[in-house]
Write a protein that binds this ligand. Sequence first.
Ligand code: ZN
Length: 244
Amino acid sequence: MTKIIHIRARHWFLLFTVFALTASLLLSGEKHTVSVQGQTIQAGDNGRIILIDPGHGGFDGGAVGVNGTVEKNVNLAISLKLRDMLNDAGFTVVMTRESDCALNDTGDTTIRKRKISDMRARLNLTKLYPGSVLISIHQNKLSGDSRVHGAQIFFSPNEPSSKELAQSIQSEFNSRIQPEKPREVVKTGKNLYLFYHAQNTAVLCECGFLSNPEEEALLCTDEYQYKAAYCIYSGLLQWYGGNT
Ligand SMILES: [Zn+2]
């Protein structure tokens, strides 16, 4: 009985969210048009949307671990777990990718062109959902020192709330996963195109080091991927709690 009531309550909450989102789109009158993968898409200015961006994908594998783990796969696995948690909590989630693919235009002939077009497409999604919160998920790698490990959260310099969100997520990782070696958040620089240009609240979660064999092995397990996704989820909820 309790479960039925719970499901109904959630159902109503989801219906309300969809209704509120539709109403805000209709009332806002402000429309944005962007190009994503060669298609023109239009959307209104809407908040409370979480844009999850699993780093790399398709032709771009990202970093490769000491034992051969390909970063793009870990990024996607953690992102899908985070997506499910946020969906269950009633958030509207948009994913830049939900499979092993890149976002570049099909006509791109060189790797460089593909990378630029892939990054532009991800940036276009942040413009399509200007009120959304961007969470990019990546894994780190450091050549020459396989001992370095741990999660570190980076934030975009453009929207001041990005640092607060990064700190909230970082403190979840610090207390739940790495209390012996807590880390500080770091501001992204010009070299990270997406974060340099995104105007949304935007954070980059480097969940661990693929150059550390122990952490690489952990990052490949469902359990650790859930832990990482939960730290991001929990940090996001706490940040939202202080911003409502
Ligand atoms: Zn990466």
